[in-house]
Design a protein around this ligand. Structure first.
Ligand SMILES: Cc1cc2nc3c(=O)[nH]c(=O)nc-3n(C[C@H](O)[C@H](O)[C@H](O)COP(=O)(O)OP(=O)(O)OC[C@H]3O[C@@H](n4cnc5c(N)ncnc54)[C@H](O)[C@@H]3O)c2cc1C
Length: 454
């Protein structure tokens, strides 16, 4: 770093109420570390602003010093080395306000879905959360956001009512449909390109009862069970379904009956009564005997416990694609591809059922993330626990599968690495670039996924 930049950052530190950590300082390694530990990011500084005035000071100092700025609550979506970029950790923005009558949730930019959903318990309302409690509310919503409730109520980005934004210029705005229809359109799925979000308001939806969990089947039953799940997804368009394969690690900590084993796993969430939910699950249970069954009624605050996803930071290589096929032949190809990848370290792949409200055309004026025409969204991950694992080789069979069955149109948050041009039509990409040019002509603000390839 040049002396001028180092001086500018020292000056910034003395002006902040919050904190600033610089390379070489003892806290730097912890402060810079993302949730995805495989990404070695080395920002010019890590700032934890205490308030909006601190955010404005960071933006002004970065502009003057020729640095970039990015906001990364957790780093679930971390993608690059952040050289020459000030990394903002928004943890101090921790407001959670539920307006039961107005059916909205307002949260600060530091709030993850776990606490946000717990605040909804007892209200009879749900928000369109993803499957992991440690994922940030703003981070999921800006990037499209797929929820197990999306087939009933749509993608999370489409539930954004308003965004509190500090623009690159330092201007503070509450952006909604009346303030700036084009900017709120871009914020609904265009990622973190348009400023620093300090708070977000999301629409909530009534839910009297929730039933769901997962069914785990032996790999021998994978093809017929996955085919039956695809059929169920087609027949019941509002049912949340996550259809996947997993290979449990061959580690002594695993229960003996699961250690090193390949299984098919079907996550199911029904917004409604238990009897109806069980009738849907029976369609899968008729195909094969499960080796685990966690189906239960639950409250919205218990979603994380039911989804039972890993929450500790880990090194992963991820891949996502929109898939245009959902027939029996595709189920067989999927299982074959997963087994080939699992031989080389592939750990899991899941297919979120689309259709229902995710496929509804709500008009291009509403959100950058559009109607999803693909029946399935594929996401897969390799856990990089050993230097022997080559993530490219492990993911290759699924890349090949996506080459044969992939289609354009998807959700950035489910993409893994890549650019917005990988999921959006060219007209949407052009429009996002135009909004970016208007609100951040100097390109100060960086997001984890570029709008288009450099
Ligand atoms: C274990 C796991 C489970 C997941 N489950 C789901 C799921 O069910 N559904 C789904 O759709 N996705 C899911 N994802 C993907 C996840 O939603 C995206 O990676 C999301 O962007 C993560 O947000 P984050 O804030 O936690 O991550 P970060 O990497 O911290 O942030 C991602 C990006 O969001 C932008 N951003 C975040 N906050 C702000 C802000 N305040 N101001 C401006 N820009 C901001 C930035 O561009 C940032 O680079 C999952 C990811 C993981 C690792």
């Amino acid at each position: 770093m040049t002396d001028a930049r180092a001086t500018a950052l020292e000056d910034l530190r003395s002006n902040l109420t919050g904190t600033l950590v610089l390379p070489g300082e003892p806290e730097y390694d912890t402060a810079r570390s993302p949730w995805n530990l495989s990404v070695d990011q080395r920002p010019a500084a890590v700032a934890t602003p205490a308030d909006v005035a601190d955010v404005q000071a960071i933006l002004a100092a970065a502009t003057a010093a020729g640095l970039g700025v990015t906001t990364q609550p957790n780093g679930h979506g971390a993608t690059d080395d952040l050289e020459g970029v000030v990394l903002i950790r928004p943890s101090a923005f921790d407001e959670i306000t539920v307006d039961v009558e107005g059916r909205t949730l307002r949260v600060g930019a530091g709030v993850n879905w776990g606490p946000a959903l717990q605040a909804l318990d007892g209200t009879g309302l749900i928000g369109l959360a993803g499957s992991n409690p440690e994922v940030n509310v703003v981070g999921l919503a800006l990037n499209g956001g797929h929820s197990m409730f999306s087939r009933r109520h749509g993608l999370t980005a489409r539930s954004i009512v308003a965004v509190d934004l500090v623009e690159a210029s330092g201007t503070v705005r509450r952006v909604d449909d009346t303030d700036d229809a084009e900017l709120i359109w871009a914020l609904r799925g265009g990622g973190g390109h348009f400023g620093v979000v300090t708070a977000i308001e999301l629409e909530l939806f009534p839910a009297d009862a929730i039933f769901g969990g997962s069914l785990v089947f032996p790999s021998e039953a994978a093809v017929p069970v996955i085919s039956a799940a695809f059929a169920l997804a087609r027949e019941v368009p509002e049912l949340g379904l996550d259809i996947g394969m997993m290979k449990f690690p061959d580690l002594p900590v695993m229960p003996p009956h699961l250690r090193g084993r390949v299984v098919a796993s079907i996550g199911l969430v029904h917004l409604g009564d238990e009897a109806t939910g069980r009738a849907y699950a029976d369609r899968l249970l008729a195909v094969a005997e499960p080796i685990a069954n966690s189906l239960t009624t639950f409250t919205i605050g218990q979603l994380a416990a039911v989804a039972a996803e890993p929450t500790d930071p880990m090194p992963t290589a991820d891949f996502g694609a929109s898939i245009g096929s959902d027939d029996d032949a595709f189920a067989a190809e999927l299982v074959e591809a997963f087994l080939a990848g699992a031989e080389r370290g592939l750990m899991r792949c899941g297919l979120r059922a689309m259709g229902g409200a995710t496929a509804e055309e709500l008009g291009s004026e509403l959100s950058a993330v559009g109607a999803i025409r693909a029946p399935l969204l594929l996401s897969a991950g390799v856990l990089l626990v050993s230097p022997d694992i080559d993530p490219v080789a492990a993911l290759q069979p699924l890349h090949d599968l996506a080459d044969r069955h992939g289609v354009l149109g998807g959700v950035p948050s489910m993409l893994g690495a890549g650019t917005l041009a990988d999921v959006y039509e060219p007209a949407v990409v052009d429009r996002l670039a135009a909004v970016k040019q208007r609100v951040d002509p100097g390109g100060l603000i960086r997001s984890n996924r570029a709008i288009r390839p450099a």
